[in-house]
Write a protein that binds this ligand. Structure first.
Ligand code: ZN
Length: 318
């Protein structure tokens, strides 16, 4: 079976877009690689943060929807996003977060990994996880030194009302393998495991279903190599009785969406063509980019969107 290749991107729901920029580009030092709009609601932003080139597997994206109520953590929803930082880097990150950010929960260890849990400005649960060296493209203009920068997405955690159907789907359809259990979390890895190829699942039979909202994860996107690989995995998804969408052209990649049997929204996203398809690599994220079919409405769309300050200014915690 041709398994998925690991995480491609994770999309979450934020509150105020400037606070989102200030935290992810300012405090965490990621590069904004695309400033666009939600293709289903062009009056709101879709903001993408990643390594310097927007490599697949490094991309965290946000729909800033401040009018929504807070997310409710629960089953059928991802409940944590883990970002990879270099081995030995949590000392630096602990100090940086203490200086510029407050909502830090402290160090812990899981599956042999050192991790620092925190929340973003809108309540999204995050973890910084130390990993052995992992390929990425450093961002020269980041406020974080290159040797300490976030390497990319490490993994995600989800809650499920029942584990059995989700496990079967992960293993038989997407190609994951079980990789141990600790503190009630069962780990699954794919594509040989390693950073970026990790999903932890906790069975919570008594928990309420989760609900999208500010500070919640919207979906997890898994990498497929190309159109053909996407079609192969899409067929297996359909065969398993889960209804995938048709292929949707997101311009920077092609997407197929479906809910895994426990309800978490998944996406299959192609590695290419990538974020440099419609902007110079040097200029990524500096201007509002619209898909071609919305270009005609640019003036109206720009007028409806709040101005963003980027790069942001960092303010130490008082
Ligand atoms: Zn997506």
């Amino acid at each position: 079976m041709d398994a998925v290749l690991g995480l491609h991107h994770i999309t979450c729901i934020a509150g105020d877009p400037q606070e989102n920029v200030d935290f992810y580009a300012g405090v965490l030092g990621l590069r904004m690689v695309k400033r666009s709009v939600n293709q289903d609601d062009p009056t709101t932003y879709h903001l993408f943060y990643a390594d310097a080139q927007g490599s697949p597997g490094t991309d965290l994206t946000f729909f800033p929807w401040p009018q929504l109520p807070p997310a409710r953590l629960g089953t059928g929803l991802a409940v944590e996003v883990a970002l990879a930082v270099p081995e030995g880097g949590l000392g630096f990150w602990g100090e940086r977060l203490a200086r510029y950010w407050a909502a830090v929960h402290g160090l812990e260890s899981a599956f042999g990994e050192r991790r620092l849990r925190l929340e973003d400005p809108h309540g999204l649960p995050l973890a910084l996880v130390e990993v052995v060296e992992r390929a990425f493209v450093p961002w020269d203009e980041s406020p974080v030194p290159a040797d300490l920068q976030v390497r990319g997405l490490h993994g995600a955690r989800v809650w499920e009302a029942s584990l059995v159907r989700t496990e079967r789907f992960l293993v038989e359809v997407l190609g994951f393998v079980p990789a141990g259990e600790e503190d009630g979390w069962r780990r699954y890895t794919v594509a040989g495991g390693g950073s970026g190829c990790v999903l932890d699942v906790q069975e919570k039979p008594l928990a309420s279903p989760g609900r999208w909202g500010v500070g919640g994860v919207h979906h997890l996107a898994w990498r497929v190599r190309d159109d053909q690989h996407q079609q192969e995995v899409r067929h297996r998804v359909a065969w398993a009785g889960v209804s995938p969408t048709p292929v949707i052209d997101r311009f920077w990649f092609k997407s197929v969406y479906f809910r895994e049997p426990g309800g978490v929204l998944f996406e299959l996203a192609t590695d290419g063509p990538g974020f440099a398809v419609d902007e110079d690599l040097e200029r990524l994220g500096t201007a509002l980019v619209l898909p071609p079919w919305l270009e005609g409405e640019r003036a109206r769309i720009e007028a409806a969107l709040p101005r963003l300050r980027y790069p942001p200014t960092l303010e130490p915690v008082p």
